[in-house]
Design a protein around this ligand. Structure first.
Ligand code: BYC
Length: 312
């Protein structure tokens, strides 16, 4: 290790934040760009399954909540792209990496949102899983990433509650509504567990990311925390978690749970999930359609650089 690397690790060990202009190992920078940009892509691609339901929300009230939530997700993407850009990469390069398939986004968004109850399941489980992960990321070692997480967590907490509320109201409704809520849980439960990534022993990036305190808790620790909290939430409103192996383990003080289908996970992250092609094509099409907006902003900026206003 070089002297610079030793000093860098000492700062990390002392819980000091790394800021954009500080010296950092190239691999730290690359690893952060990978994680933050994939996080940003997830927020933006995650707008699609919910966007599918804006025109079909059951009431005006639900529609305005859903619209606000989806706009928040777009905002999260923007904070995260900005945090990634402080590491010396452009927005265009980040978007290109998404479009070429070089950069991933969360596997969960490659599943379809088939019924209104899916809006409940996504808010409750997907945002719920995201918060569990992001609370730990508030203490990540890179300053801009950690600070963006603070605001994002506050908003995700509202998202999670609105999703749980949708499920609660459906469970107080007709038999059909209850069945619709249970069906959404059945389809989203296992993909939600996959959001935390492979088991620790299979996680290629974890050892280095934990040493650099980019990640503060392991994939398995976070997954377990999410399962423990969700089981109780399901029970309260009368939903059944679709896992026959789920059982409270007194000695561990955690729930034991069944086997995750890692073959399915591998297929989805390689681009072969139920909606991968549709999600990416939609993003590419809307990005291309928005080219005129980016051109107009650039032209406006160039004009004002050449002709400063009188006040300036
Ligand atoms: N999906 O070494 P590992 C949201 C990849 S969105 C796809 O354990 P790491 C929301 C992983 O990238 C929330 N790929 O990786 C928005 C790696 O491949 P690469 C999104 C996955 O990074 C709208 C390989 O598998 N949250 O909140 O140490 C509506 C090996 O994995 C997944 C974040 O992005 C996956 N699920 O740990 C509602 C949080 N899991 O990159 C909600 C920030 C793993 O080497 N990210 N892979 O090619 C993280 O905390 C970490 O990156 C992960 C994975 C825990 C996700």
């Amino acid at each position: 290790m070089s002297e610079e690397e030793i000093l860098f690790q000492q700062r990390i060990d002392a819980e000091l934040k790394v800021e954009p202009k500080d010296w950092m190992p190239e691999k730290y920078r690359q690893n952060l760009i990978r994680q933050i940009s994939q996080h940003a892509h997830s927020e933006v691609i995650g707008m699609q399954p919910e966007g599918n339901w804006i025109t079909r929300a059951p009431t005006l009230h639900r529609k305005s909540i859903l619209l606000a939530k989806i706009q928040d997700e777009g905002g999260h993407g923007l904070y995260l792209y900005s945090a990634a850009e402080t590491l010396g990469i452009s927005r265009e390069e980040l978007v290109q990496a998404l479009h070429s398939g070089a950069a991933k986004y969360a596997s969960i968004f490659n599943y379809p949102a088939l019924t209104w109850a899916d809006m409940g399941a996504i808010g409750w489980l997907v945002d719920g899983a995201a918060i569990v992960n992001q609370i730990s990321l508030q203490r990540t070692s890179y300053g801009p990433y950690a600070r963006s997480m603070v605001r994002i967590c506050k908003e995700e907490s509202f998202h999670q509650r609105q999703g749980y509320h949708i499920m609660m109201v459906l469970m107080q409704g007709s038999q059909e509504q209850q069945a619709m809520a249970q069906d959404a849980l059945d389809r989203f439960w296992w993909p939600s567990l996959m959001m935390f990534g492979p088991h620790d022993a299979e996680s290629a990036n974890s050892t280095q990311s934990m040493k650099w305190k980019i990640k503060r808790k392991s994939n398995d620790e976070l997954r377990q925390k999410f399962i423990d909290q969700s089981v109780k939430q399901a029970e309260v409103i009368g939903l059944k978690i679709p896992d026959p192996a789920l059982k409270w383990n007194k000695a561990r003080e955690h729930y034991d749970f069944g086997k995750i289908d890692w073959d399915e996970f591998a297929r989805v992250i390689k681009g072969d999930g139920p909606c991968n092609r549709q999600r990416l094509q939609h993003h590419i099409r809307t990005h291309n359609e928005g080219a005129w907006v980016r051109d107009a902003v650039a032209a406006y900026e160039a004009k004002h650089k050449k002709q400063p206003t009188r006040a300036a």
